[in-house]
Design a binder for this molecule. Structure first.
Ligand code: HAH
Length: 336
């Protein structure tokens, strides 16, 4: 890959931001082949998109499958990249065996806590010293309605303190890792206040938590800059660090059913660039509390947003296009 585009030199994104925060990308084995050059050049931190999730690492009680995660760690080591861990306790992509006994009946609190501890300890000890931050608990808060905690087997079997326990086990396993609570719709006022309450409770009880992960699955119209600013300030007021953990800027609103686009329109590209500029301006303002900004991918060649949440709808959410070339969005976050 040339480091020039139309005669213009392309600066390394993570180097531009080295005095601010890490610039990260979620990666998978396919991307480490096809997008290797761009990942090496522009990102200082990587996260496994799927390879460190429970179902990927621990398909049966007595069997761990570390091969794919190990490969991502080796790539990081060989190329001097830092690693964010994602994720230890979540209601999705988690093997069913952990909740059930051999007869298919739900296990009790004590058994599930033991299994949770074993999982967290085994995974974190294996990668001790190699992972600077872990998403210990992912997406435990409801999007709407009166209850704070989402209905899940973790909650119904263990009870409200499953989050406290996960952080305690994680801290025991690797006392040097920064431990994060991670969620989406994190800037939506109603959900923001619930996340704040949940985490405030953890902090008040002395639970070892060090930061809040704002996933940042955003789009051209929402959330507003004011909503993001308020979320950052509110979370940071707990004395915690913030990481932007899964950023992408969809060119569609969540529920937009149009599926006929084969490329983004000029208007979409311009609006996205303006949004990226505004987001990164905000991030730089809060560089004292934000320690990394990770995209949930690297280039428009691949994104989890293809077909989600609308089947058949392609998306172009990043600052590099399908050919790995910088978009206007790139230049807007590179020029400051
Ligand atoms: C995230 N959920 C997960 O944390 C990540 O592990 C996965 O690969 C992709 C996205 C986000 C999410 C959302 O924005 C809306 C509804 C459900 C989940």
């Amino acid at each position: 890959m040339s480091n020039y585009n139309n005669g213009k030199e392309i600066p390394s994104l993570h180097k531009l931001y080295q005095d601010y925060f890490h610039i990260g990308a979620a990666v998978n084995p396919m991307m480490l082949k096809s997008q290797q050059e761009i990942i090496k050049e522009h990102f200082s931190s990587i996260t496994a998109e799927n390879e460190m999730k429970f179902e990927a690492l621990h398909p049966e009680e007595d069997r761990f499958t570390f091969e794919n995660a190990d490969k991502i760690l080796s790539f990081a080591k060989e190329n001097g990249k830092s690693v964010r861990g994602h994720t230890l306790v979540w209601h999705n992509q988690t093997s069913d065996w952990i909740f059930t006994d051999t007869n298919g009946k739900l296990v009790n609190r004590k058994t599930l806590l033991k299994r949770m501890e074993k999982h967290i300890t085994t995974v974190m000890e294996r990668y001790k010293g190699q992972i600077y931050s872990w998403d210990v608990v992912n997406e435990a808060v409801t999007d709407s309605g009166p209850t704070i905690l989402r209905d899940s087997k973790w909650l119904s079997i263990i009870g409200d303190d499953f989050i406290d326990k996960a952080f305690e086990f994680a801290h025991q396993a690797d006392p040097d890792a920064a431990l994060f609570y991670n969620d989406y719709n994190e800037s939506h006022p109603e959900k923001r206040d619930k996340i704040y309450k949940l985490v405030q409770g953890l902090v008040d009880r002395g639970v070892p938590i060090h930061g809040i992960g704002m996933q940042a699955h955003w789009n051209l119209t929402g959330p507003s800059y004011d909503e993001i600013r308020e979320a950052i300030e509110k979370y940071a007021s707990l004395g915690l660090k913030i990481q932007i953990t899964e950023m992408d800027v969809s060119v569609f609103n969540f529920e937009d059913k149009r599926t006929h686009f084969t490329e983004p329109t000029e208007e979409m590209k311009a609006q996205q660039a303006e949004r990226y500029q505004g987001f990164f301006k905000l991030f730089r303002e809060y560089a004292d509390v934000i320690t990394s900004v990770t995209f949930w991918g690297a280039t428009d060649e691949y994104t989890w947003l293809n077909n989600f949440p609308v089947q058949g709808r392609k998306n172009w959410p990043f600052v590099f296009d399908e050919n790995h070339l910088p978009k206007i969005s790139f230049w807007k976050i590179a020029d400051f």
